[in-house]
Design a protein around this ligand. Structure first.
Ligand code: URA
Length: 235
């Protein structure tokens, strides 16, 4: 790989800024200052920019514990983007594999691998997404069966795919009504609209798991980490 390309791939520098940095003598290869942008790098050469070692950015797979108040978008909008929570280079290459609403919290997967995220988001792949749902009203009788059969949502022409509902016991201290819902698609405001169709209202929504990838309980809201090899391969 040419040295100017390596520099722009491994830092925030554009190709033309990388060339300028080279001409200023800021780049060393195996201890020698190299000013030639077309210099061909061999395998395993030590490249440093202003003394800091550089490495190519590979394909990234990240998990984020999304806080409320952040948008799942890569463009600036009304709210800050979840991507702003990631202190990584080349953020513009990343995309969000399965968006959450601005007020939804929990597991968000972020990558630059389009095929991988397609496997995760395409309803044909039937990848389970697990949500913890806090509700305004007690669940109606037979809600499980109606969700399993598929619901016709307003302004849609196809029922939702079968979903699984688990009622969760209320804790002793409060009478919060919670349930776990497992769905395999990701329509616009899907879970809020599903519970609206059951005469209920979602007051909080948290994604716990996608397929076999469970949100790491060590991540505080706003924190992220890379996925393990096994987690990447599980999708
Ligand atoms: N369903 C919703 O209504 N909102 C989300 O953020 C995710 C699923």
């Amino acid at each position: 790989m040419r040295l100017d390309r390596f520099l722009s791939e491994s830092t925030e520098l554009t190709r033309s800024l990388a060339k300028k940095a080279l001409h200023r003598g800021e780049v060393e290869v195996d201890g020698d200052v190299i000013k030639n942008a077309a210099f061909k790098l061999g395998e395993e050469q030590d490249v440093r920019w202003m003394g800091a070692p550089l490495a190519l950015v590979g394909v990234r797979y990240l998990m984020l514990n999304k806080p409320s108040g952040y948008e799942c978008t890569t463009r600036p909008g009304r709210y800050p983007s979840v991507v702003e929570l990631l202190d990584v280079t080349k953020r513009e290459r990343l995309h969000i594999a399965g968006r959450l609403d601005v007020d939804t919290t929990g597991l968000v997967l972020i990558t630059e691998d389009g095929q991988w995220s397609h496997r995760l988001t395409s309803p044909k792949r039937r990848c389970d997404k697990h949500y913890l749902v806090t509700l305004a009203q007690p669940l109606m009788e037979g809600a499980e069966d109606r969700l399993a059969a598929g619901l016709m949502l307003e302004k849609e022409d196809k029922p939702t795919l079968p979903a699984r509902l688990e009622r969760l016991p209320a804790s002793d201290e409060d009478d919060v009504i919670q349930a776990r819902l497992i769905i395999q698609e990701g329509r616009y405001h899907q879970i809020k609209r599903m519970f609206a169709a059951l005469d209920n209202e979602v007051v909080a929504l948290h994604r716990e798991r996608i397929g076999d990838i469970v949100l790491d309980s060590a991540l505080a809201p706003g924190e992220w980490r890379e996925l393990s090899e096994a987690q990447i391969a599980s999708i």
